[in-house]
Design a protein around this ligand. Structure first.
Ligand code: NAP
Length: 248
C-alpha cells in the first residue's frame, strides 16, 4: 500500500527560473512549503509571490549559493524560523562553456563553485535538523553531461560528475538517519540556459535524443516530486537520467 502524502518544508536553490521554478511550483501544488533561493531577489521573489497568490506556501531567500557566508546566513535563518527543512534540492547552476585550451581559471572556478561547492555548503548547513528528525530528502540536479562528457564543457561536466560522487557519499553517510540522496541528470531542457544554443547546436543535440525533443522543466519536476515523496524512501544513492534516452 502506498504511504500517505505529508506536507513538508522544502528548499530549492535556483528556484527563480527554469527547472528550479518548476520544482518549486510542483512542490507547492503538492502542499509543501517552499523556500525559494536564487541570486536575483526579483526572480525568487516573483516565484514565491506567484505561489502564494495561487494559495500555496512559499518564501523567497535571495542569495549567491556559491558564497559560503551567504549560505550560512540563510540556512541559519531558515533553521531558526522553520526548524530546518525536510527536502533540499540543490538545483542552482551555470555554464561558462569554452574549449579546454581557451578555458580561463574564472570559467573553471565559477562553474565548480556554483554547480558543486554550493551543494556542499547548503547541504552541510541544512542536514543537522534532518538527522535529528530522522527523515530527509536531498535531490541534486546533475546533468547528462556529467555522465557522458561534452566538448567545450570540461568545467561543467567535472562539476556535475563530482556532484554525483557527493550524492553517493551522502547516501551512505546519512542512510542510518533515514535521509535519502539522489541525483537527477537532465538531458537538454528548454530553459534560459539552453536558449543560448545556436540552431545548429540544437540540431546536433537532437540527433542524439531518441525521443527527438528537448525536455521541459515539468519533466524534471515530476521526478523530483516523486523522489521527495514518502513513497521514495527505499531509493538512495542513485542517478536518474531524464534525458529522452540520451545516456543509457
Ligand atoms: P536557468 O534557467 O539558467 O536558471 C538557473 C537558476 O539558478 C536561476 O534561478 C538562477 O538565479 C540560479 N542561479 C544561478 N547561479 C546562482 C547563484 N550563484 N546563486 C543563486 N542562484 C543562482 O537554468 P536551468 O536550465 O533551469 O538549470 C537548472 C539546473 O539544471 C542547473 O543545475 C543546470 O546545470 C541543470 N541542468 C540544466 C539543463 C538544461 O538543459 N536546461 C540540462 C541539464 C542540467 P536567478 O534567477 O536569480 O538568476
Amino acid at each position: 500500500m502506498l504511504l500517505a502524502h505529508q506536507p513538508r518544508i522544502a528548499l530549492v536553490t535556483g528556484a527563480g527560473r527554469g527547472i528550479g521554478k518548476a520544482i518549486a511550483e510542483t512542490f507547492a501544488a503538492d502542499g509543501h512549503t517552499v523556500l525559494c533561493v536564487s541570486k536575483n531577489p526579483a526572480s525568487c521573489g516573483g516565484v514565491a509571490d506567484a505561489i502564494t497568490a495561487a494559495g500555496g506556501k512559499a518564501r523567497a531567500f535571495p542569495a549567491d549559493v556559491s558564497d559560503p557566508a551567504a549560505a550560512a546566513a540563510v540556512c541559519e535563518a531558515v533553521n531558526a524560523e522553520f526548524g530546518g527543512v525536510d527536502i533540499l534540492v540543490n538545483n542552482a547552476g551555470i555554464t561558462r562553456d569554452n574549449l579546454l585550451l581557451r578555458m580561463s581559471d574564472a570559467e573553471w572556478g565559477d562553474v565548480l563553485a556554483t554547480n558543486l561547492s554550493a551543494a556542499f555548503f547548503w547541504t552541510r548547513n541544512l542536514v543537522r535538523p534532518m538527522t535529528k528528525k530522522r527523515w530527509g530528502r536531498i535531490i541534486n540536479i546533475g546533468s547528462v553531461v556529467g555522465r557522458m562528457g561534452n566538448a567545450g564543457q570540461a568545467n561543467y561536466a567535472a562539476a556535475k560528475a563530482g556532484l554525483h560522487g557527493f550524492t553517493m557519499s551522502l547516501a551512505r553517510e546519512l542512510a542510518s538517519r533515514t535521509i535519502t540522496a539522489n541525483t537527477i541528470a537532465p538531458g537538454f531542457v528548454t530553459t534560459d540556459m539552453t536558449d543560448k544554443l545556436t540552431p545548429e547546436q540544437k540540431d546536433a543535440i537532437m540527433r542524439n535524443v531518441p525521443l527527438r525533443r528537448f525536455g521541459t522543466p515539468a519533466d524534471i519536476a515530476a521526478l523530483a516530486n516523486f523522489l521527495a515523496s514518502e513513497n521514495a524512501g527505499y531509493i538512495t544513492g542513485q542517478i536518474f537520467g531524464v534525458d529522452g534516452g540520451m545516456a543509457m
